[in-house]
Design a protein around this ligand. Structure first.
Ligand SMILES: *Cc1c(COP(=O)(O)O)cnc(C)c1O
Length: 230
């Protein structure tokens, strides 16, 4: 029961840790149920799917009224291609998965063209698998140095996101989260002119407890709430 899982997570998570429900691959009806159980923030990983769910909500508002699910918030957590920005940026309050400088540049250009500001997390590459996307420590520092000098004026840098290596070895997971946490702390103390930088998004269904032990203040939980994905 997703209502019971949400309740359990909410009572279990420390008060400073924000729960993001990862609803990807699950139908919109389950998002409505989770909302009714008190969940407000949902994350999607594919542009088409995000937009479809946003449209389903719009549709539902026609019968339920404009205020229905008024305070729902969407985050984007998947790989975002630069030609898909318009399917995502108008709808989300946070892009957690900025995984390349090229993407960041494209978001800045989109914001300028549309008179918008977008909040982002920089996704740090840490897991050892080849497939994992993300920015290196050096790229992250370079981006923030450029920001302090006036670049990326339309982007609000809100923190870091990272995923640990997919393994059962707790020490490896701890090591990965520890590395992200150290860079996060270094940024907090080294860039006081970035006051919005305060989110450390780490931890999924299988490893969120270890992530919280290592400083996470935002967990992205999917299967534990919604069950397995097909
Ligand atoms: C799918 C996904 C999650 C949620 O994974 P679960 O193991 O189902 O909790 C979290 N973060 C990202 C980036 C994801 O793509």
């Amino acid at each position: 029961m997703l209502e019971a899982e949400i309740g359990k997570l909410r009572s279990e998570l420390p008060p400073n840790v924000k729960l993001v429900a990862v609803s990807k691959f699950h139908p919109f009806e389950m998002i409505v149920r989770a909302y009714e159980a008190g969940q407000r923030t949902f994350a999607e990983s594919r542009p088409q799917e995000l937009r479809k769910k946003v449209m389903e909500l719009e549709e539902l508002k026609r019968t339920k009224g404009e205020d229905f699910m008024k305070d729902v918030e969407w985050h984007f957590i998947g790989h975002l291609q630069t030609n898909k920005l318009k399917m995502v940026l108008p709808y989300v309050s946070l892009v957690q998965s900025v995984d390349s400088v090229r993407l960041l540049d494209a978001i800045q250009d989109w914001c300028q063209a549309n008179g918008k500001t977008v909040s982002v997390l920089l996704e740090m590459h840490v897991a050892s698998e080849e497939s994992k996307q993300g920015l290196t420590d050096e790229e992250i520092i370079n981006v923030l140095d450029a920001t302090v000098k006036g670049a990326y004026g339309s982007i609000r840098f809100c923190g870091l996101m990272g995923m640990a290596t997919y393994t059962d070895e707790k020490d490896v997971i701890r090591g990965d989260f520890g590395r992200i946490h150290r860079l996060y702390e270094k940024i907090i103390s080294g860039y006081p002119s970035l006051p919005s930088f305060g989110i450390l998004s780490m931890g999924m269904s299988g490893d969120y407890e270890i992530a919280i032990e290592n400083g996470s203040n935002m967990v992205r939980i999917g299967s534990r709430i919604f069950g397995p994905r097909n």
